[in-house]
Design a binder for this molecule. Structure first.
Ligand code: PEP
Ligand code: MG
Length: 922
């Protein structure tokens, strides 16, 4: 190890910008100190020291580090006028974790370090408050015991409950100094029993153990799971720093308090200090949700001077960080301290609103307003809310902690949520009294979270908001019985497996499932996306096959349809029989008959799409999938045929029987019965059905392909069955002509799928031109349209120059192009070998989600450059799933594409991603 490396930094000297080295919290404490905020004195031990420590086999601290810590402690003693271990005027510190990425509650913190039997007496003397001293001591023993020595909480909780019961104390504040003294004594014994050793009383020994414990918590299961879930890579955060900070106390009486606040409301974005505080309490009381805190507005009444200072602190934080801050404060006997600050985690509604308002206030510019929002997060604004027309009575009301609505079965612990939610795929709502960081896997598996205790800044609320999951917190009317897996609400109750609904926007809880409706865009989102469109170069179109899809996509801001897959129109229940007739037709005349019936239906489809999107372009792709996909399954047909054959034989038998009745001199009644049976099944009808089914089976067998994805599909179909494509082209051009006649502006674009050679395009173009001329003559005016090709096979990329001679536009079908480039079946790879490829790191991402820039992207670049070398104004876009994925959109921007096309709900994401791409490319 390089012993010259500096690992320990006083808050006055650490570089506030170096979060990687000092952790987010440490860097901010340095920065806050250096801009003159009232931060308790302290120092940071770097993340590099943590990595060195974890890398040594016996987990040894880097050489010399404790000497530096001693020197820093001496400096703290000077700054505070107190002594570490001094029994007259003792210095106490907190030891806090903090990595470069915020991981709320995932790692450990120890408070009141430095207390022992002697310093405790010093604290009591200095404060004149024995109750305060013993309270601090018992908290320290428990926290240190748990975090640094691995003693289970339950052992402490049991003793504490016994003391509370004996003292008839409802809350912790009801306990006397004597009760707390006894608590501390019992806690010391708990530690001794659990560890087999006395509680360490030397403050420096405590400090060293604590530093190591915080370093170790980086590798703890909670932290590792969290990093995995949120894809926190070593480049983003590697190791945790340790912050050693002078303790200040919010529990020094009624002129002391502690709280957490956001500079703006993290649920709505409202420009108003938002938070909670508790008088005469320590910070952990607020976060743990043990006592229900007061809203920050109350501080104006209880401590007006402090409320004023808090407002000033808020302004200073925002004007320095140019970002909403989530900060902790403590008031110690009338003195306000800022203990930490970080960028506030907010839901997307709040992110968008604050972007707009902070820009208007001049705190940030438009670029910053756009760049501070992750494009993917905009999907949160499309979350469902409860259908307002449904009348339902809430059974409980809690705090609206994280917006959105969700229904699911109630489960009462995180393991069960994981089991039922992740493993069995059920929709679950996690119901707890309060949540703790170790419940995190339950959050991942749940649709929503409900707690009966704690405030809007409790663990449950903060984590759910970050995840964008609905959460109702502190629904105190609910009493949760984990053992019985049941919750009581007034006179009613619900058990595990019962469906409940949460509305995280109003804080209401309902029994049963309540329908939800799609959310609306907020005006702020429209403003933000307007700014995005102004800087983006890429246009955003939508993949939409129906007028409804198109309408929704348009309302999300799509400026056209980049892909309408016509096969969905073929699959409509009323049309399928006609489509089947077209396929099984034995003669061209019969096929034409079926196509003639399909033509008006398709014309209507296209006309509706044109109308909805007018005057924007609508790109219609001619039929792509192999036509046997529209026919019934071969095995089903075979089974039906054998049953029909039995039926035909029976019908013939009944006919013979009816004819033979005369031989039996049967009664009139019996003759009548047999005759009725004969008339019920007509053998001729059965034979006719058999003949049709046989014809269909022959066709199914004739069309059978081992590899249909690589077979008779796309343009190959258009060449071998030109009349299908001709019908579609006619329907498109006639629909456009009808619209034009009705004064509706349209921009039809016809695109041909699966093209690999220019000759295919030329062939299709010949009949497109012929039909175009015919339609022009009939409607008295030619319609203008564009003719282009999908680029989704490798050869199309390599022959882009010759394709560009025939096509006015290229549209990359990266679903197929990815399949073709990797030779991975898009149908099977994702549930066969791809997960293992990703887990083992052979492939970083799933290439069907994230565009493979190195391979597929390289082909795309070649195709763009070669295509434009022939036709400089060649219009190029993408319509595979990657068109809605932010990193892939960034690549499309860089590769010079003109547009991306994606599903409707991804349109806002793509608009913002396109703006990010343009800004980051500058
Ligand atoms: C593609 O291949 O990317 C594409 C858009 O077409 P489809 O998914 O319909 O094959
Ligand atoms: Mg395709």
């Amino acid at each position: 190890m390089d012993t010259t490396t500096k690992h320990v930094f006083a808050f006055e000297e650490g570089n506030g910008k170096n979060k990687h080295l000092l952790g987010g919290k440490g860097a901010n404490l340095c920065e806050m100190t250096q801009i003159g905020l009232n931060v308790p004195p302290g120092f940071v031990i770097s993340t590099a020291a943590c990595l060195d420590y974890l890398a040594t086999p016996d987990h040894a601290l880097p050489a010399g580090i404790m000497d530096d810590v001693h020197a820093q402690m001496r400096a703290l003693e000077q700054k505070t006028g107190k002594g570490f271990g001094d029994s007259e005027n003792p210095l106490l510190v907190s030891v806090r974790s903090g990595s470069a990425m915020s991981m709320p509650g995932m790692m450990d913190t120890i408070l009141n370090l430095g207390l022992n039997e002697q310093t405790l007496q010093g604290v009591i003397r200095a404060t004149g408050d024995a109750r305060f001293g013993y309270d601090a001591y018992r908290r320290f023993i428990q926290l240190f015991g748990k975090v640094a020595l691995g003693v289970h909480d339950e052992a402490f909780d049991k003793e504490f409950a016994a003391i509370k019961e004996a003292a008839h104390a409802k809350q912790d504040v009801d306990l006397s100094a004597t009760d707390l003294k006894e608590t501390a004594e019992r806690f010391l014994k708990v530690v001794q029993d659990a560890t087999g050793r006395p509680f360490p009383s030397d403050p420096y020994e405590q400090l060293e153990i604590a530093i190591k414990a915080v370093f170790n918590s980086w590798g703890g299961k909670r932290a590792v799971d969290y990093r995995k879930q949120f894809h926190i890579t070593p480049e983003m955060a590697n190791g945790t720093a340790v912050n050693v900070v002078t303790m200040v106390f919010g529990n020094r009486g009624d002129d002391s308090a502690t709280g957490v606040a956001f500079t703006r409301n993290p649920a709505s974005g409202e420009n108003k200090l938002y938070g909670e505080y508790l008088v005469n309490a320590q910070g952990e009381d607020v976060v743990a949700g043990i006592r229900t805190p007061k809203p920050i507005d109350r501080l104006k009444v209880e401590m007006p001077e402090m409320a004023k200072q808090l407002d000033e602190l808020r302004d200073k934080l925002e004007s320095h960080y140019h970002e909403v801050q989530d900060f902790e404060f403590t008031i110690e006997q009338g003195q306000l301290y800022c203990l930490q600050t970080r960028n506030g985690k907010m839901n997307t509604v709040a992110m968008v609103r604050t972007s707009i308002e902070m820009e208007q206030e001049g705190l940030i510019n438009k670029q910053q307003a756009l760049l501070r929002i992750a494009p993917d997060s905009l999907e949160q604004m499309l979350f469902p809310r409860l259908d307002p027309t449904v009348k339902a009575d809430a059974v409980a009301q809690g705090l609206p902690a994280s917006p959105g609505a969700a229904s699911g079965i109630a489960v009462f612990d995180a393991d069960r949520a994981e089991q039922l939610g992740h493993e069995q795929g059920l929709k679950v709502i996690l119901v707890r009294e309060e949540t703790k960081p170790e419940d995190i896997h339950g959050f991942f598996a749940a649709e929503g979270i409900l707690t009966s205790r704690g405030g809007k800044t409790s663990h449950a609320a903060v984590v759910a908001r970050g995840m964008g999951k609905p959460c109702v917190a502190g629904a105190e009317g609910i009493s949760v019985d984990v053992d019985r897996r049941e919750a009581r609400v007034g006179l009613t109750s619900f058990k595990e497996g019962d469906v409940i609904t949460l509305d995280g926007t109003t804080g209401k809880v309902y029994l049963g499932a309540i329908p939800t409706v799609e959310p609306d865009f907020t005006p702020e989102l429209n403003t933000l996306l307007g700014w995005a469109d102004a800087v983006a170069r890429l246009k955003v179109l939508a993949n939409a096959d129906t007028p409804d899809d198109a309408r929704r996509a348009r309302s999300y801001g799509a400026v056209g349809i980049g892909l309408a897959r016509t096969e969905r129109m073929f699959n409509d229940v009323e049309r399928l029989p006609i489509v089947i007739e077209m396929i099984v037709a034995e003669t061209p005349e019969k096929r034409q008959e079926a196509l003639d019936r399909l033509l008006p239906l398709q014309r209507k489809d296209f006309r509706e799409l044109f109308e909805v999107m007018s005057p924007n372009p609508v790109t219609i792709r001619l039929l792509d999938p192999p036509i046997h996909e529209f026919l019934p399954d071969e095995h089903v047909l075979e089974r039906e045929l054998s049953e029909l054959r039995v039926l035909a034989q029976n019908a013939r038998g009944v006919t013979v029987l009816a004819g033979a009745m005369g031989l039996l001199h049967a009664s009139d009644a019996l003759r009548h019965e047999v005759d009725t049976a004969r008339r019920h099944i007509d053998p001729a009808v059965v034979e006719e059905v058999i003949a049709k089914k046989e014809a269909m089976l022959r066709k199914v067998r004739a069309l059978y392909e081992t590899n249909p994805m690589l077979g008779h599909r796309g343009v190959r179909l258009g060449i071998t069955f030109p009349e299908i494509y001709q019908m579609q082209v006619r329907a498109i051009l006639e629909a456009a002509a009808e619209c034009a006649k009705a004064g509706i502006q349209v921009k039809p674009q016809i695109k041909v799928p699966q093209v690999c050679t220019a000759a295919e395009l030329r062939k299709v173009k010949t009949f497109v031109d012929a039909i175009h001329a015919e339609v022009a003559e009939r409607y008295g005016k030619p319609v203008s349209f564009k003719f282009g090709t999908m680029i989704e096979v490798v050869r199309a990329c390599l022959r882009a120059e010759s394709l560009a001679e025939e096509a006015e536009f290229f549209s990359f079908g990266t679903n197929d192009l990815t399949q073709a480039t990797f030779s991975f079946s898009r149908e099977d790879a994702e549930n066969k070998f791809l997960p293992l490829y990703n887990q083992s790191g052979i492939l970083q991402d799933n290439p069907f989600d994230v565009l493979d820039v190195k391979g597929v992207g390289k082909l795309m670049k070649l195709a763009v450059d070669w295509g434009r070398s022939v036709k400089p104004d060649l219009h190029v876009g993408i319509c595979g799933e990657h068109g809605g994925h932010p990193a892939s959109i960034a690549f499309c921007h860089e590769a010079g594409l003109d547009y991306v096309s994606c599903s409707g709900p991804r349109v806002p994401v793509a608009r913002l991603a396109a703006a990010h791409a343009a800004l980051q490319g500058q």
